[in-house]
Structure formats: C-alpha cells, structure tokens
Write a protein that binds this ligand. Sequence first.
Ligand code: ATP
Ligand code: MG
Length: 284
Amino acid sequence: LSPEDIELEPDSHLGAGACGVVMKGVIKQSGIPVAVKTVKVDDQAKREQLINEIRGLVAADGCVNLVHWYAGFMSKRTMIVHVALEFMDLGSLADLKKRLGGYGVEPVYLSNITAQIMNGLDYLHKKKMLHRDIKPENILHNRQGEVKLTDFGIAKDLDQTLAMAGTFVGTVTYMSPERCLGQDYSFASDIWSVGMVIFELSTGRYPFADVTSFVVLFDHLCEQPEPRLDPEYFPAELVEFDAYCLTRDVSRRPDTEFLLAHPFVTYNVPTVEQLAEWLVSFSG
Ligand code: ATP
Ligand code: MG
C-alpha cells in the first residue's frame, strides 16, 4: 500500500490523543474502511524508536484481539507518520462508558469483554511484548462484538515522554503502584491496568475519586487499600478476578495465563454474537 491507496473521509475526525489525530479513511481498491492515525515524530531518536515499534506491530499481527495494522507511511519532509489501522466502528471502551451514561457494563457482558482483552494481552506477552498504555481509549470494539487492543506498538514511549515533560497530565491514570514508585514497566503492570479498566467499566466510574495531584495518586496507589468491587453488588467471580489484577504486590499478581483460566472469563460467558447484540442495542 502507498499513501495514494487510501482516501481520507473529509470531516471524519474519530478522535485525538497526545500525539495526533485519528481520521476515517478507505482503501480505494478494496473499499475496506480504515482508521488513519497521524503521529508527529520531530527528531531522529523518536523516528528510530517508532520504526522499532512498527517492527513490533508487524510481529504481533495475527491475533483477533489486537487491532490489525495495514500500513505505515513516513513523510521525511514533514516528519509525520500515518498509520492505517483496522477501523473499529463502535470506537473505544471510553465511548462505551459514555454511552452507558454513568451505569456500569452488565457483569455478564463484561466477562466476554474481559476475556477478549486478556486474550489480546496474552498474545502480546507470549511474544515478550508489553502493552504499556492500557486504558479505555486504547481498547476498541465493533458491531461484531469484537474487542481489540490498540496502541501497543506505536507512540507508547512518545506518550510517556510527553506525560513526564509536563507535571501532572490528566487526573485519570491506569498506572500500577510499582510504576508510580519509578520501577520498570513489566508484564504485571499491564495486568494492573486491565484491573483498573474492569473496575471502571463495572461501576461506571474511575476507581479513585479525587486524584488532583501526583501526591494524591501516590497515596491511592501505594498507601491506601487496593480498589475492590463491592461483593454486595457484583458477582463473586468478577470481584475476585478484579482483586487478582489489582494486587499491589507484583510477585503475587497473576499472569494472563492464570487469569484466562479464571471462572469469570470461562464459566457462563456469552458468545461474541450475544455481546454484539447487546452492544448494538444501545449504540443506535
Ligand atoms: P493517546 O494519545 O494517549 O493514545 P488516545 O488513545 O485517546 O490517547 P489516539 O490513540 O490518538 O488517542 O486515539 C484517539 C481516539 O480515536 C480513540 O480514543 C478512539 O476513539 C479513536 N480511534 C483510534 N483508533 C481507532 C480505530 N482503529 N478505529 C476507530 N476509532 C479509533
Ligand atoms: Mg490511543
């Protein structure tokens, strides 16, 4: 594919992140819809890093729960990289949360969503790759009921540099306690982030109420008891699964393989078709 093979839809802004914008487009020959992400890489080091990350993306292709990557183009003159990704027509899980208007995702459907997230993460981890930026915005879904991780290759460290450069960016973070303490990112850190996302989708709200500074965040992550779903309102399997993910002690936090065998994601889970039906029922 070359840049000429993709036609961008005018006024089709799908979203914007720290590194650029995402627009809808279509591959002219096949009519396949794509999401075109624009990333500005304005120095040599970032460019080399991005090329390495794109290698990672190519290596990780082939899992249904990871967003498929069609092509990447770099303009040497403008230092802008365009990446053509599989178009996910229901947007991100942040969009799902908004559509639910304060309500949580029903646990029965959340079990399927969680199973798909874990399956994508398991694929990455088995390839010795970390995601590093799991959050609702980076988990996409479509009308077929498919849930897929994105942004696991490109721009992750660019995002982090941007976050560190400013003082406290955003009030919401999915960072693990060990990351907050400045330790290296690990497979377990990805698991913590999934736990935070599941908590938020279950309750319809971010686990920590009042994160206004790094000090408050540090207190929540490293001093206060870990977030726990209330067993009075949520099924025992869900409560236990999320508690496993949100285990502060890295050595006791389970891996993807253990979690993929947990009853929450193996027992009485609706099919992807049933999930699709439910998602479409309130998505217009
Ligand atoms: P960050 O810059 O930290 O990654 P972000 O994830 O919100 O933040 P982008 O990755 O640029 O920013 O994505 C912006 C939004 O565009 C997403 O939240 C999502 O709603 C939409 N989007 C991204 N990729 C796709 C895609 N493949 N299909 C459909 N929508 C997408
Ligand atoms: Mg993103």
